[in-house]
Design a protein. Structure first.
Lengths: 471, 471
């Protein structure tokens, strides 16, 4: 996931007008007595859960994806090959309306890159250029480093940063807060006259692993190269500065942004038996950063969503409404897939009953975070009871996903799978995001959790009340 | 630490003859009533503990060491500069008999090295050549990979390994067992006709970090290059093979062994007030692998031992016998420091009352493992009671250290600091072995633990019973 604070703030702001929409659909919702949901759907839910946890099919399919195609950055051949493979596999699965919808995506390439400590002693620094960064001039940049702990620290010592490579050694507090240095660090460093900027990787734990991710420029501020080094090296350079040791770094980055590239969202369905034009979306994103395997972020989420729909198909379950799995492109550095879908399907969004995304890893599932009208909460919470047997029955306020946020912006209720994310930021956007970090049994439970929620909401006699969250 | 199983096995075997020595000194030991130790030494032990935990001096000194000199492989300038610095600092500390004793050490250099997956898709593989390995021919080796899970697996499929790069994907069971693939993997792979061998890093957890360490050749078997890749990549290559995907790797290593280099053990003392020729050794090793900072293995142990002696000096505590801190050279790939000491001091070893080493990290201390005569156990266990207030009072059977094992071999009782080592093999011999992995408060407690044990044993009215362990 990218989960930039800005986009989520927009979704919440728009949600404030949603009660108007919610009120309009409240009358419809009255027809569903939430209390009857667990007993009505217990049998089918148990069938889905039992089938999901009976084998390791989801994990094996994820292994195929990540071991055959590797990481899948927007604009890369590996992403498009993986998308083509998924579409072909969905056909083989026997899913319905299998198709691609075209999306033009940003095409940033990392190129050759390296960083080295030059003073006080020579040492290679593990690093990753940040997505969207410009490269260095040929031959790289060699400059003294000025280490700061925060944006405030930089502002207070802006004169010391001029002509230097600024290093933001900001300890991980939360992703939402600490990612600001990755997203906006180059802008703030350039304002102070820095020649390049480095960040301490946005990671809650490190065994010397750099972490990449998206960054931004401001059109009014000079673009300088921006890269992440490890937590270990950031702390060491900071200690050296505090001790009065001179710190000089050589940085070389061949990064550049090419013209937008052709990509695709891939989707398939179990078409609804009564109201095929009413849709429950279940989704994850296929693109990843160009490091590791993109297994946790978000190959696992994409495959889990896909497998949930395959399970319904294999069990011969066809709900009243359509369940559509979408494998998004370009979550990581543009959200062009989610935006294209919301734009291309604008006329049908009022028939999109719910959009679910799994983009927080497929670890032990806990339930869902939901953003939608108040009237929908008791319903989805009763559906959650069907998942209590695997400990995944919690449905709490607030949640969604980067790719479904353009839809949520238009009033479609959104839901994000919640899992035990304790180690999520240990691996996120690093070479450590590999298949082995996931557990086959936990992933199967995520499939079950997604399948039960999607199936039951798609099958309810009346659609879920529409509109955004009142908070 | 290296802790190769062979050396420890030798120490244990020799220890079997130790009861003879122990019996000879049993009469002397009777004069010490172990039960009186806690009350006799409570006050001085509390002074040492209170002084150790009053500040972060040990951690700051370790920071100076690892940030100023970096990693310190035998034969490197950084090791000798660090040794010279330590000796000068010991003089400044006011310690007595500060000196170096010369040691010739192996001089292996890593050179430029890299590995890349060539088939089924192109990917750089993080790797580390193993200490002592030969390099590849110029231009490297490109060959299909054959993955095995164990030596037995290799033997059962030896024909499949011929002409290939053998990869040992042996999951971590325990260091003692799993390190066999690092130590002997090149020999067994070469016997099967392999052109090079790779191991899954010997690590109990990984965020894509390769781990180095010592390896061996057999003079009767062809020498082939031997390197470690990450747990993640080893598992991926194994899955690819299981899936029938062709796996081809390019390996390039500039490793070579140069003529032995001049090094040194550095030592200093608080000289005994009554029996200066009777000695308690307290020690850690200054050399490390050429990666990370060697902060945990074993800069922390070396500095903790040093600081324990400095504390005695600063508090004006002078025990009956001499307490000598030794900063060993060449623990990692030769144990030449420990061997030179035992050889050069052979005539005095019967007056070496106890040798302590800290080489398991300076995490939360738990106590000591002791290898010595049965008659000594109740005594050192009573000393341990003085450490119960910081939870470090456990003294159990069995323990020592690689550098003190040559002395232990000659009958000197040995003792190893025991700490909470849960994450030790997460960082061991990797770029993740850096200062930040240690905690200043825990390190101070390790200093206290070493200081109390060394001081009290050095001050007892009668020397500790001599001789090795009966088990």
């Amino acid at each position: 996931m990218t989960r930039t604070p800005v986009r989520f703030a927009v979704a919440v702001a728009v949600a404030a007008i949603a009660p108007l929409l919610a009120a309009a659909s409240a009358a419809r919702a009255q027809a569903v007595d939430p209390q009857t949901i667990p007993s009505t759907y217990r049998q089918v839910a148990d069938r889905l859960i039992d089938a999901a946890v009976a084998n390791q099919h989801a994990y094996e399919r994820l292994g195929e994806l990540v071991d055959r195609f590797g990481p899948r950055l927007s604009g890369s051949q590996s992403l498009e090959k993986a998308m083509d493979w998924a579409r072909a596999q969905m056909e083989q699965d026997g899913l319905e309306n299998v198709r691609s919808e075209p999306v033009m995506v940003p095409h940033w390439v990392r190129g050759e890159e390296s960083a080295a400590l030059v003073q006080p002693w020579r040492k290679d620094l593990a690093m990753m250029g940040l997505g969207g960064s410009v490269g260095t001039p040929a031959g790289g940049i060699t400059a003294p480093v000025y280490v700061v702990s925060s944006f405030d620290d930089l502002k207070a010592h802006a004169a010391d940063a001029k002509g230097k490579i600024v290093l933001f050694d900001a300890p991980f507090v939360s992703y939402g807060r600490t990612v600001a240095y990755r997203v906006n660090g180059a802008i703030e460093a350039a304002k102070a006259g820095a020649v390049a900027s480095l960040i301490r990787s946005v990671a809650s734990y490190s065994i010397y692993s750099p972490h990449t991710g998206v960054m931004r420029y401001d059109s009014a501020v000079r673009k300088i190269p921006h890269a992440a080094i490890t937590v270990e090296d950031a702390e060491m350079l900071h200690r050296m500065q505090d001790r009065g040791q001179p710190v000089v770094v050589h940085l070389e980055m061949g990064a550049k942004t090419l013209p937008d590239a052709q990509s695709q969202n891939v989707m398939a369905e179990v078409t609804g038996r009564e109201k095929p034009d009413e849709v429950v979306i279940i989704s994850g994103h296929m693109d990843s950063w160009d490091v590791g395997q993109g297994a946790m972020d978000d190959g696992g989420g994409a495959v889990a969503a896909w497998e949930a729909v395959r399970l319904m198909h294999d069990l011969g379950l066809r709900p009243r409404r359509t369940v559509r799995v979408v494998l998004w492109t370009n979550e990581e550095n543009g959200t062009r897939g989610g935006e294209a879908y919301a734009r291309d399907h604008a006329a049908q969004l009022d028939k999109h009953v719910l959009a679910i995304e799994s983009d927080g890893g497929v670890f032990k599932p806990q339930g869902f975070g939901f953003s939608g009208p108040d009237g929908a909460m008791p319903i989805v919470q009763q559906v959650g009871k069907l998942l209590d047997r695997i400990g995944a029955g919690s449905v709490t306020r607030g949640g969604g996903g980067e790719d479904i946020s353009p839809m949520m912006h238009e009033g479609v209720p959104g839901m994000g799978l919640q899992v035990d994310g304790e180690r999520y930021f240990w691996f996120h956007h690093s070479n450590g995001d590999t298949l082995d970090k996931l557990d086959p049994g936990q992933m199967a439970e995520c499939v079950a959790t997604l399948a039960v929620m999607a199936y039951v909401v798609a099958d309810l006699p009346e659609p879920l009340p529409h509109g955004g969250s009142s908070r």
